[in-house]
Design a protein around this ligand. Structure first.
Ligand SMILES: [Zn+2]
Length: 230
């Protein structure tokens, strides 16, 4: 293999190495937490609290309506069983009955609106619970796949490291230093020459450089400093 071809092979291994590391990092992140699951759990907890508050408010309202109805019964009983003797008392009780009936009507309207709100909460809770279950299943499948993939990733990393070591062994340390220095600044560090042009920066190259590159010398682009592969 020519010198620059070897460098290009090393670079391909380096890029693959970085990609494999990133895959490992992503899998490690997925093993820890899933933002969507966390968000859905928070939403579900919020809806559960809201549902409990709504149920308790509704119970309170039902209790108040029942109390009002008891008062209505008491007045009606007194009016119809003849125990009310004085007309003023009768009038007072009839007036009280009207007021109570108005209040009961208002309370029942509120009750109806609250029941609708409660139903809405229940619907949202059902949707969120099902969405959460779907997402949790997805995450678990992904984690299972990640665990299965982990050993393959590790194997490929080790094999790549070994191959790189062998390739680097045949090159002079000074050549490797130039490659490392270029790679630290820009990727790819090795750029192909196509039609006399550096594909790294798309600028034409001086004939002198092309000539040297053809002789498998380590030549860098005068513009972008990439190592030229011809
Ligand atoms: Zn260039």
């Amino acid at each position: 293999m020519k010198l620059v071809e070897t460098l290009a092979a090393i670079e391909a291994l380096d890029l693959r190495h970085a990609e494999l590391l990133s895959q490992q990092e992503q899998a490690a992140l997925r093993a820890k937490t899933d933002p969507t699951v966390r968000q859905l759990r928070q939403r579900r907890a919020g809806l559960e609290t809201l549902g409990q508050q709504q149920a308790s408010a509704l119970r309170q309202l039902e209790f108040e309506v029942a109390e009002l109805r008891d008062r209505v019964k008491t007045h009606e009983k007194a009016i119809y069983d003849g125990s009310v003797r004085h007309p003023a008392d009768l009038q007072r009780r009839q007036h009280e009955l009207q007021t109570l009936s108005g209040k009961i009507g208002e309370f029942e309207e509120t009750e109806l609106a609250q029941m609708e709100a409660q139903e809405q909460t229940t619907r949202e809770l059902t949707e969120t619970t099902s969405e959460l279950a779907d997402r949790e299943r997805e995450v678990e499948q992904q984690r299972t796949a990640d665990r299965g993939n982990a050993s393959l990733l590790a194997e490929e990393l080790a094999a790549g490291d070994e191959e790189r070591r062998q390739l680097a062994d045949v090159l002079a340390p000074s050549v490797m230093r130039i490659y490392e220095r270029t790679a630290a600044r820009r990727r790819p560090a090795v750029a192909k020459v196509v039609a006399g042009t550096c594909t790294g920066c798309r600028l034409p190259l001086a004939p002198r450089l092309l000539q040297e590159a053809r002789q498998d010398h380590l030549v860098t682009c005068e513009n972008c400093e990439r190592i030229l592969l011809i």
